[in-house]
Design a protein around this ligand. Structure first.
Ligand SMILES: *Cc1c(COP(=O)(O)O)cnc(C)c1O
Length: 360
């Protein structure tokens, strides 16, 4: 607290990211990073950019990252997406922040699920956007009928976080048709692990913005690249806000690395399939230990044990060098969100849980 702060700063409750421990030997299953390295082509592209003594770093990057926008449009060519329909940013968190400002700040409150990505209310506070949360069903599903109220926009992740539950494309299309007066932002950070992307709907629905990240399914959380796809009108709003804030959100290394990642379909497909296989194995193993496990379309699972307190389990796992995410929030305080790690990491988790549950 300081009298020098702008008034809005006093009212902020900033997002708290999952811990990034300094101890390298920990089994880190708390922030949904990919256990596999990114495409080797990413490393080669970045090395290429740094060749010639890094001379290019002297120069500003392309403010519009056209090469990357074109690579993304090509990747989604089957849906008829053009380069001008792609917006890129410094991680999808930045893309989302700009979308809140550019598209979701109206008189009426915006809507999002009561259990969802906890960054959304943080952006609302920052931009002074009114919001109303819409409860998920008992089994944590989004019910599109519940969004039939006057609103200034709608946002949700699909699959949802931290539940991993997927809303089918048909339901999203129904929502888009019923909410033609509002922008609907679908945050598809995890869609590659089990969902069909709403990018397929973009050219039929002027009110749809789909947001993606390279942090999860392309193993590039450290590079900070995200993007949005929508009709030109929505993209222009994002560009206007971006160019009122930071003209160069992506540096040269991020641009060439991300271009290489988007082009390596083979690496993407094999790592994504490996994560999906490990998820199903881990799910069976946890069910066998007596956990209830929500069906997940993401690279994490959301679990609870009927006889063991979630906070205590998380603390005990941590003592054994395994970190998972526990949210002290209404309705989910007895759940743990566990990132799908490598098979070795998943085996360590199961081993530790077997010992913990037996001890009782
Ligand atoms: C991880 C995540 C993001 C942010 O991803 P970055 O691109 O790393 O900023 C956005 N939305 C949801 C729901 C996420 O889980």
């Amino acid at each position: 607290m300081s009298r020098y702060w702008s008034p809005v700063v006093h009212r902020l409750t900033p997002y708290v990211p999952g811990e990034q421990p300094k101890l390298p030997q920990l089994v880190k299953l708390n922030t949904n990073e990919n256990p596999y390295p990114p495409s080797p082509r990413v490393v080669a592209a970045i090395a290429g950019e740094l060749a010639a003594d890094g001379g290019l770093l002297r120069l500003y990057p392309d403010p519009n990252a056209d090469q990357l926008r074109a690579a993304i449009a090509t990747r989604y060519g089957e849906f008829g997406i053009g380069t001008e329909q792609v917006f890129v940013g410094n991680g999808s968190d930045e893309v989302l922040a700009l979308a809140f400002m550019a598209l979701l700040k109206h008189e009426l409150p915006i809507l999002f699920p009561d259990i969802t990505y906890s960054f959304y209310p943080v952006y609302c506070a920052l931009y002074e956007i009114a919001c109303v949360t819409v409860p998920l069903s008992e089994d944590f599903q989004i019910r599109v009928d519940d969004y039939d109220v006057a609103n200034g926009g709608i946002i949700f992740p699909n699959p949802n976080a931290p539940t991993g539950c997927l809303l089918p494309l048909a339901a999203i299309e129904q929502l888009l048709l019923r909410q033609q007066q509002s922008v609907v932002v679908v945050d598809e950070a995890y869609v590659d692990f089990g969902g069909a992307s709403a990018i397929a709907l973009v050219n039929r629905h002027a009110n749809l913005l789909v947001v993606h990240t390279l942090s999860k399914s392309r193993s590039l959380a450290g590079l900070r690249v995200g993007y949005a796809i929508g009709q030109r009108d929505l993209i222009e709003a994002l560009e206007r806000v971006k160019n009122s804030f930071n003209s160069y959100p992506l540096d040269r290394l991020a641009i060439v690395g991300a271009v290489a990642a988007m082009a390596d379909e083979e690496h993407f497909e094999s790592t994504r399939q490996a994560v999906i296989r490990s998820r199903e194995k881990l799910r069976s193993a946890l069910l066998a230990l007596g956990f209830s496990v929500l069906p997940s379309a993401a690279n994490f699972i959301f679990v609870r044990h009927p006889q063991h307190d979630a906070g205590e389990l998380a603390a005990r796992l941590r003592q054994r060098g395994i970190i998972v995410r526990h949210f002290l929030l209404p309705r989910i305080e007895q759940y743990l969100r566990i990132t799908i790690g490598s098979d070795t990491q998943c085996a360590s988790l199961i081993q530790a849980l077997q010992e913990l549950l037996a001890k009782r």
